[in-house]
Design a protein around this ligand. Structure first.
Ligand SMILES: Nc1ncnc2c1ncn2[C@@H]1O[C@H](COP(=O)(O)OP(=O)(O)OP(=O)(O)O)[C@@H](O)[C@H]1O
Ligand SMILES: [Mg+2]
Length: 330
């Protein structure tokens, strides 16, 4: 099926409104339109039947999760291991289908889009994974790794043009265009994670979902990568859904934080309010866990926290981005 798009109409059939030519939102409307909105989100899957004749039981991983993320803002998701954070990330990226509720990106319900429309919608949202060692294909050169989302979306684009775009995003994360011809093993963990961020940037997204983006990195490198994320938010008005168990990361980068426990939002608020006066036992446990691990680790975290705080103080995150760009299908 061919997909024809222009600035005003699309002929991709949407499952929820198949015969209606859809008007993409105007740039001016963006401040009023939430970048990402989850309403009553639930996810469960059937377990094996106990007996062939019995109904399968449902295992519920997320219950009734709701939040709103505005363009250029950051929402943090924290919670203990197994709380459902990555499941939520996969739902937002439309890699899983919710069993209840909805997720809207710029007003469009993602899980009702036809596959071809969803592919185009993915230009506006990209993901950065936790482990920079396994998320980059060791057999591919950096150019090919970074341009992979572009090749999927625009197979007809000339390779030289794609290489040029790859060089641009590589520069934005502090690497050189000569790095395009290298392989992942030639980079440190922090550099690899910057490459992963460059790959996410190449489609010029409005939303980046980062699932534990710095937790696989040495603490001294974490601040570098977080500074890159802060700078990019300032320059491009990116919205972040930032998943982390590290309170230092969430505290300084996020405008609002949700605490997940066994798939439920048990507390939410600004990071300052949440971490200075945690109400729910789960939040209290997360807050208390940080300084009590061991004194040396607490000191290092303090250093990181100070560095992040300094970076934020020197460059307050952009609240209203001027360089916003909406891709045609969203
Ligand atoms: N594909 C799957 N099939 C069955 N159960 C799953 C699947 N993926 C996750 N789970 C279960 O769902 C729950 C939530 O998992 P999830 O990965 O979302 O947690 P998390 O908060 O990201 O944990 P962590 O901090 O360890 O990454 C866990 O109990 C996990 O065992
Ligand atoms: Mg996870």
């Amino acid at each position: 099926m061919t997909t024809k798009t222009n600035a005003h109409t699309i002929d991709v059939p949407f499952r929820d409104m198949p015969d209606i030519a859809w008007q993409p939102p105007q740039l001016d409307a963006l401040p009023e339109l939430p970048l990402l909105q989850a309403q009553g989100l639930g996810f469960s899957y059937p377990l094996h039947r106990r007996w062939p004749w019995s109904a399968p039981e449902q295992q519920t991983l997320l219950h009734d999760v709701s939040f709103t993320l505005q363009t250029g803002r950051s929402l943090g998701i924290v919670g203990a291991s197994g709380a459902g954070k990555s499941t939520l990330a996969r739902l937002v990226m439309a890699l899983l289908q919710p069993t209840s509720g909805s997720i809207r990106l710029l007003g469009r319900t993602l899980h009702t889009l036809a596959p071809s429309a969803l592919r185009q919608a993915r230009r506006n949202m990209q993901m950065v994974f936790q482990d920079p060692y396994s998320s980059l294909d060791p057999r591919q050169r950096i150019e090919r790794i970074i341009t992979e989302p572009l090749r999927a979306l625009e197979p007809a684009t000339q390779r030289a043009a794609q290489r040029e775009q790859a060089a641009q995003v590589l520069a934005q994360v502090g690497l050189r265009s000569s790095d395009l011809d290298k392989y992942p093993h030639q980079f440190s963990g922090g550099q690899r994670q910057r490459i992963a961020i460059a790959r996410a940037l190449i489609t010029r997204p409005l939303l980046i979902v980062a699932d534990e983006p710095v937790s696989a990195l040495d603490v001294s490198v974490q601040a570098q990568v977080l500074n890159v994320l802060i700078d990019l938010q300032q320059q491009h008005g990116l919205g972040y859904l930032l998943i982390s168990h590290d309170l230092a990361v969430v505290q300084h980068l996020c405008d609002e934080v949700l605490v997940l426990d066994q798939g439920r939002v048990v507390e939410r608020g600004t990071p300052q309010a949440l971490f200075s006066d945690p109400r729910h036992p789960c939040t209290q446990a997360l807050v208390q866990a940080v300084p009590q691990i061991d004194p040396g680790r607490a000191r290092r975290r303090q250093t990181l926290r100070q560095r992040i705080a300094d970076a934020v103080d020197d460059n307050p995150p952009a609240r209203h981005a001027s360089a916003r760009q909406v891709h045609p299908l969203l």
